[in-house]
Write a protein that binds this ligand. Structure first.
Ligand SMILES: Nc1nc2c(ncn2[C@@H]2O[C@H](COP(=O)(O)OP(=O)(O)O[C@H]3O[C@H](CO)[C@@H](O)[C@H](O)[C@@H]3O)[C@@H](O)[C@H]2O)c(=O)[nH]1
Ligand SMILES: [Mg+2]
Length: 193
């Protein structure tokens, strides 16, 4: 943190039940030379990684479907959400994390991944930075049925979709997850599929 116009004064934990909700009070030096004290809440769940698996022979991608409570209480009728495979870093680096998550959630064991970009997904409220990857998959990499970790209560369905169908699902509002849309569009923009 090295912005000379910002001075952090105080951080209060509002909740640390599962992840941490902080309230941060800081001084901000404004353009007119005056200083203002502000407070902002920031939800810290750590950082994450996401990957889109693709096959350019069958022109297909691997996605997941799972229940996402925050969407259920905000307009998603079934709460089920189609997403690229993703997970929180815990203590791993992004590349190791996404290889582990890919095996747990989709059942594919991948060794080569390509990092494409990184992005803050909700910069006004959530601290998380998300690392974006793509990787080729093939049937011989499938070593289990995926589905996520039973002990974490994960119950993840694995979907193999044609790339064109996945793009059409964005247009129809059937894929509504930002990281997934970003990666599908990346494959199209870069001419990878
Ligand atoms: N008990 C409990 N479990 C929780 C809570 N919040 C999350 N979990 C569980 O913690 C596990 C985290 O699974 P991961 O696969 O590591 O993370 P993710 O939820 O898929 O996160 C990915 O998607 C998010 C949403 O797009 C991203 O924010 C995140 O960076 C990552 O990409 C899941 O089983 C989830 O249900 C909670 O409040 N209580
Ligand atoms: Mg996950």
């Amino acid at each position: 943190m090295q912005n000379p116009n910002i001075t952090i004064l105080q951080t209060d934990i509002l909740s640390d039940n599962w992840y941490t909700l902080n309230k941060v009070t800081f001084n901000i030096l404004k353009k007119d030379g005056t200083t203002e004290t502000q407070s902002r809440e920031a939800y810290d769940r750590g950082n994450g990684a996401v990957i889109l698996l693709y096959n350019n022979v069958s022109n297909s991608v691997i996605l997941t479907r799972q229940f996402r409570l925050p969407t259920y209480i905000n307009g998603n009728t079934t709460g089920m959400l189609i997403e690229a495979c993703a997970g929180l870093l815990d203590n791993d680096n992004p590349e190791d994390c996404i290889k582990r998550e890919t095996e747990e959630e989709t059942g594919y064991k991948i060794s080569k991944v390509e990092k494409v970009f990184e992005a803050y997904m909700s910069p006004g409220s959530v601290t998380e930075i998300l690392y974006f990857f793509i990787a080729e998959y093939s049937q011989d990499m499938k070593i289990n049925s995926g589905g996520g970790l039973e002990e974490e209560g994960e119950n993840i369905e694995v979907l193999e979709l044609s790339f064109d169908e996945a793009l059409t699902m964005i247009d129809k509002g059937e894929i509504k997850d930002a990281k997934t849309i970003m990666l599908l569009q990346h494959l199209r923009i870069k001419g990878i599929l």
